[in-house]
Design a protein around this ligand. Structure first.
Ligand SMILES: Nc1nc2c(c(=O)[nH]1)N[C@H]1C(S)=C(S)[C@@H](COP(=O)(O)OP(=O)(O)OC[C@H]3O[C@@H](n4cnc5c(N)ncnc54)[C@H](O)[C@@H]3O)O[C@H]1N2
Ligand code: MOO
Ligand SMILES: [Mg+2]
Length: 404
């Protein structure tokens, strides 16, 4: 068991030690959006695979046009999807369609808009042409054998297109853990209920579920009352079913904050409890011998939100073999923060006319003020060893809006 109340960096290194080990699986391409690639995507042919006509019109020999000829007898038509044609007489032309392979013997394409066609003869209504115009040349984009998308990439539609183009009807992807997100607390009611004055809706788990969905993780939502026996029973059963557990609430010092005791009773080993940070101090992390990972996040909405972006994201990236990137922005306003804690501070992001990104710190009313998350774009990471932070200094920034 690690020491409690640890610094931010220590928490990250413990999470890395306990990163997940996700198996690989083959999945139909249609189901792969958002998945993490477990193989390289390699060009099985050149991109494009042949000299491709890019305009509907005619193809000619440029030097014939250069020598003054404007009327071209149409010898043949090359449609997309037909094998390569060949020009027999260099003073003639071939009609060509976008997507067709350039006929043998021609080099330049003129669009229909610049032609008059009558009696199987095309007249070019232009004074000048560009040699080899309107052709997308074989291999100019990517050469056969090139790794186009590397292992580890989360698949967006751009990568799905490439996978299809290189003939992958199925892809090897990471099999993601089965996730359950638990809300805890007697004050919480379902979203579709009207709370009594002393109650609130269980909002945290929906935000977390949405974030995980963006990261390619599906999850189930469940709720636990502040009842130790019920918690023991329900979590014990869930430990059989799920791989990754996210709890919100019940991890601090309250009389009904049973979660740390319950988890330890269920033989989940605590790796840390409490981090030298604001917000999110009481974050609890552990795992059991079956490799189940448990993120028990503090219940305050901003605290659980911060912990998802600062820790769960890091853990997921490490588990997927992705090196987390740090993005730096310039601080717009001075900030003072005296406690000896790392400070995750909400800020809005603006781009300056010189292209730099500037973050304006916008402190809310504590870790219960989740309306402030709507007004901001991400968190500045203000280090523990300082209490004054000045405008124009540069600090790491974790966005929850853009994908870095
Ligand atoms: N004596 C002390 N009290 C507290 C300390 C401390 O060190 N000593 N730490 C404070 C800090 S920091 C935090 S953060 C909270 C964490 O509390 P818990 O993790 O035990 O969470 P709860 O007590 O269950 O709830 C806290 C707060 O969050 C609301 N909540 C909980 N779940 C949800 C949800 N799913 N959706 C929306 N809101 C939720 C809950 O109603 C409470 O208002 O403890 C401090 N106390
Ligand atoms: O960490 Mo608590 O998150 O400060 O409210
Ligand atoms: Mg509590």
């Amino acid at each position: 068991m690690e020491n409690t109340f640890i610094p931010y960096e220590k928490a990250l290194s413990i999470l890395e030690v306990h990163k997940g080990d996700f198996p690989e699986e083959n999945r139909d391409l249609e189901e792969c959006i958002g998945a993490y690639l477990a193989e390289d995507l390699i060009a099985d042919r050149d991109f494009p695979p042949f000299d491709r006509v890019t305009m509907d019109g005619i193809a000619i020999v440029y030097s014939t046009f250069e020598s003054g000829k404007r009327d071209f007898h149409i010898e043949d038509t090359a449609a997309a999807g037909t094998p390569q044609k060949k020009l027999a007489d260099t003073s003639n032309c071939i009609e060509v369609m976008t997507g067709a392979i350039m006929p043998n013997g021609v080099d330049t394409v003129i669009r229909y808009e610049d032609l008059t066609i009558e009696d199987n003869k095309a007249t070019i209504n232009l004074d000048a042409l560009k040699y080899k115009q309107n052709v997308h040349f074989k291999g100019i984009d990517i050469a056969k054998g090139t790794v186009i998308v590397s292992k580890g990439k989360q698949l967006s539609s751009a990568e799905i297109n490439i996978a299809a183009a290189v003939g992958k009807a199925t892809l090897k992807v990471q099999k993601m853990p089965k996730v359950v997100i638990f809300s805890t607390g007697d004050e919480l009611v379902p979203v579709d209920q009207t709370p009594e004055l002393h109650q609130i809706r269980r909002s945290n788990i929906y935000g977390i579920q949405a974030t995980l969905k963006e990261w390619g993780l599906a999850s189930d939502l469940q709720h636990l009352a502040d009842d130790k026996e019920e918690m023991l029973r329900t979590i014990s059963k869930s430990l059989e079913e799920y791989d990754l557990f996210i709890f919100t609430g019940g991890v601090s010092k309250g009389k009904f904050d049973y979660l740390p005791d319950v988890l330890e009773e269920l033989k989940v080993e605590k790796h840390f409890h409490k981090i030298q940070q604001r917000p999110g101090k009481p974050f609890w992390f552990g795992s059991n011998t079956n490799g189940k990972k448990i993120f028990a996040l503090p219940g305050n909405p901003v605290s659980s939100f911060v912990c998802v972006y600062m820790y769960l994201q890091f853990w997921l990236q490490k588990s997927l073999g992705i090196e987390p990137e740090t993005h730096f922005v310039k601080l717009k306003n001075d900030v003072e923060f005296k406690p000896d804690l790392v400070y995750f501070l909400e800020a809005t992001l603006e781009s300056q006319s010189d292209g730099s990104l500037v973050a304006e710190a916008k402190k809310g009313n504590g870790s219960g003020d989740f309306a402030n998350l709507v007004k901001t774009d991400g968190f500045l990471i203000l280090p523990q060893n300082k209490s004054q932070f000045f405008a124009n200094e540069v600090y790491p920034f974790v966005s929850y809006r853009t994908k870095w």
